[in-house]
Design a protein around this ligand. Structure first.
Ligand code: ADP
Length: 271
C-alpha cells in the first residue's frame, strides 16, 4: 500500500454522507493499466444500505473503480492499484485477505447476464456449497429458495428449478445472477450496467428489486443512464476523465450540481 501522505477529497455533500453509516472508504486511489492512468486520486465514502450510482461519459473510469472494490482488476495483468480501499475498516488489498471471501462479501452483477450452464437450482447452490454455508441438503434448499425469493424470481421458477438457467429470459437471468450473488451472504453488491442488455420491462423489474435490496445491502451501480441513476439511487457520483468530480445526494447532484462539469454533463452538453 502507498504510505505517502494522502490527498483527501472532501465529499461534495458531507452533511448527507455523515447521516449514513459508511461501508466502503477509498482514499487517494489510483488505478493504472500499464501507463494509462485510469483513476486519479479518488477518495469517496460509500454509505451502507443505500444505492450509490456512478455516472459519467464512457471511458471515464466507472467500471475500473467499481472493479477495484472487490479486486476484479487483479485478473488484468497490466492493472495496478495504489491508495487505500477499506470495507468496514478492513483493507481490501491486504496481502493476507482471502480474495475468494472478499468476492463473496462484495458480490458483482455484470452487464450481460452470465448464468452458469447449469440448472437454476445449481446456479444459486454453487456458491453456498463451495463456501460451506449449508450443513445438509435441506439447508442448501432453504438458501436457494430464500435467495431466489430475495431476487424476486422464485414465483416464476419454482416449478422448474432443474431447468437450465440459460433458458430463462434476459431479465430473469439477471435476477438469477443477483440470487447467485445473494446466496453467499454479501454485504455489498456491485452492479456494472446491469440493465443495459434488458428491455424496458425487465429493466423496471430490476430497478424495483434494487430498491428492495437497498434495505439490506450496500449497492453500487454503474449506469450510463442518468434517468436510471435518478430513479434508483440515493447518492450519485459523477466521474470524468478518471476523476471523481462530485458525489452527493442524488436529488442535489441533478438539481443543483456543485461543479460545472457535472452541470454540463447532466444537461447533455457532453458525453
Ligand atoms: P467506464 O466504465 O467509465 O466506461 P472504464 O473503467 O471501462 O470506463 O475505462 C476507463 C479507462 O481505462 C478507459 O480509457 C479504458 O480504455 C481503460 N481500460 C479499461 N479497461 C482496460 C483494460 N483491461 N486494459 C487497458 N485499459 C483499460
Amino acid at each position: 500500500m502507498n504510505m505517502m501522505p494522502q490527498t483527501v477529497v472532501t465529499p461534495a455533500h458531507p452533511r448527507i454522507i455523515a447521516e449514513r453509516p459508511v461501508k466502503i472508504v477509498a482514499r487517494d486511489v489510483n488505478v493504472y493499466y500499464g501507463e494509462k492512468h485510469a483513476i486519479k486520486h479518488l477518495s469517496i465514502d460509500i454509505p451502507d444500505r443505500a444505492v450509490s450510482a456512478f455516472i459519467g461519459p464512457s471511458g471515464c473510469g466507472k467500471s475500473t473503480f467499481l472493479r477495484s472494490i472487490n479486486r476484479m482488476n487483479d485478473t488484468i495483468p497490466s492493472c495496478r492499484v495504489t491508495g487505500d480501499i477499506t470495507l468496514d475498516g478492513r483493507n481490501v488489498y491486504d496481502r493476507d485477505l482471502d480474495v475468494v471471501q472478499l468476492r463473496a462479501n462484495v458480490g458483482m452483477v455484470f452487464q450481460k447476464p452470465n448464468p452458469f450452464p447449469k440448472s437454476i437450482f445449481e446456479n444459486v447452490a454453487y456458491g453456498p456449497r463451495i463456501h460451506g454455508l449449508a450443513h445438509n441438503k435441506t439447508d442448501l434448499e432453504e438458501i436457494v429458495v430464500n435467495s431466489l425469493k430475495k431476487a424476486s424470481l422464485f414465483e416464476e421458477v419454482k416449478d422448474r428449478l432443474n431447468a437450465p438457467g440459460t433458458g430463462l429470459s434476459g431479465g430473469q437471468q439477471q435476477r438469477l445472477c443477483i440470487a447467485r450473488a445473494i446466496a453467499v451472504n454479501p454485504e455489498v453488491i456491485l452492479m456494472d450496467e446491469p440493465c443495459s442488455a434488458l428491455d424496458p420491462i425487465a429493466t423496471a423489474r430490476i430497478e424495483e428489486l434494487i430498491d428492495e435490496l437497498r434495505q439490506n445491502y450496500c449497492i453500487v451501480i454503474v449506469t450510463h443512464s442518468m434517468q436510471q441513476a435518478a430513479r434508483v439511487s440515493q447518492l450519485t457520483a459523477f466521474f470524468h476523465l478518471g476523476n471523481l468530480v462530485e458525489f452527493g445526494d442524488t436529488d442535489e447532484v441533478f438539481s443543483t450540481p456543485q461543479e460545472k462539469r457535472t452541470q454540463d454533463y447532466i444537461t447533455g452538453r457532453f458525453g
